[in-house]
Design a protein around this ligand. Structure first.
Ligand code: DAK
Length: 258
């Protein structure tokens, strides 16, 4: 039995963290199952991914505390590495990944959402990094990604105190792009994913690479990264199609990712 489900709707892939009895908490098997699902995504055809949690309570309530309570340090390091490799894969996945946060996003769950390109949330969502209260720190990238997504001081307050941030505050501090009711959340996530999927995949993928690879570089190097990525779209069939359609005052033919 897998703890991670995957289905597709048109050009959109939907990943559901499905360990509902434990509020979708992440153990070793969850990491393996998520890795297997990602490895199976047909990136030629799929143009956006959504990650959400099963049930109405949680996106992911964290790494599995029961599994970690008596874990030997060497195993904890292995668990951390596995999580880090996987979350890096999500961050660098060739297509955009949207976290549809439908409830608790605590500890490792908050970190999973931070590895995604865009976060949207339901009005009952709650974000926190409560690890210092457990005698540890976030170890799936939370100390690094949170201060790169939101203001450093607010990130440090969340890290040092484990402060719980509800959906409306998450919106205010820029942790999420939008908040919807629980019933609306997946429709809105699909709407956003389909808006991304309607654009030329070569352009969208190049934009993701340009942002990810350039954001921490000095501007001179960063604009070179942009130029390299710009070359991926230029000369493509989708670019020729879209620009000629504009000149001919008609809609472009459907994009083919070539
Ligand atoms: N781990 C394991 N089980 C969990 C869980 C978690 N993080 N969160 C919830 N559950 C389980 C509960 O134990 C309960 O199981 P049963 O008792 O029914 O068997 C079930 O889910 C339902 O939870 P509750 O009965 O507690 O539900 P409530 O609505 O009353 O409360 C809650 C919901 C989310 C407020 C509460 O469950 C809670 O506080 N959960 C823990 C949240 C948390 O502290 N999350 C952060 C975990 S620390 C590292 C790698 C990674 C990390 C650290 C180090 N290294 C490699 C070194 C990451 C750390 C974390 O994520």
């Amino acid at each position: 039995m897998s703890f991670v489900e995957y289905r597709t709707e048109g050009h959109v892939g939907i990943i559901t963290m499905s360990r509902e009895k434990a509020l979708n908490a992440i153990n070793d098997q969850v990491l393996d199952d998520l890795a297997a699902v990602l490895a199976g995504v047909d990136v030629e055809n799929i143009r956006a991914l959504i990650i959400t949690g099963a049930g109405k309570k949680a996106f992911v309530a964290g790494a599995d505390i029961g599994a970690m309570a008596d874990m030997p340090t060497d195993e904890a390091v292995k668990f951390g590495r596995k999580g880090n490799e996987l979350f890096l894969k999500i961050e660098r996945f060739p297509i955009p990944v949207i976290a549809a946060v439908n409830g608790f996003a605590l500890g490792g769950g908050c970190e999973l959402s931070l590895a995604c390109d865009i976060r949207i949330a339901s009005d009952n969502a709650m974000f926190a990094l409560p690890e210092t209260g457990l005698g540890i720190i976030p170890s799936f990238g939370g100390t690094q990604r949170l201060p790169r997504v939101i203001n450093v001081g607010i990130a440090k307050e969340m890290l040092y105190t484990g402060k719980r941030v509800m959906a409306d505050e998450a919106l205010k501090i820029g942790l999420v792009n939008a908040v919807y009711t629980q019933d609306e959340l997946m429709d809105k996530a699909m709407e956003l994913a389909n808006r991304i999927a309607s654009k030329a995949p070569i352009g969208v993928r190049a934009a993701k690479s340009a942002v990810n690879d350039g954001i921490h570089l000095p501007m001179e190097q960063a604009i070179e990264v942009e130029l390299e990525n710009s070359g991926k779209g230029f000369g493509s069939q989708d670019q020729r199609n879209a620009m000629h359609a504009f000149m001919e005052k008609r809609k472009p033919d459907p994009f083919i990712n070539k």
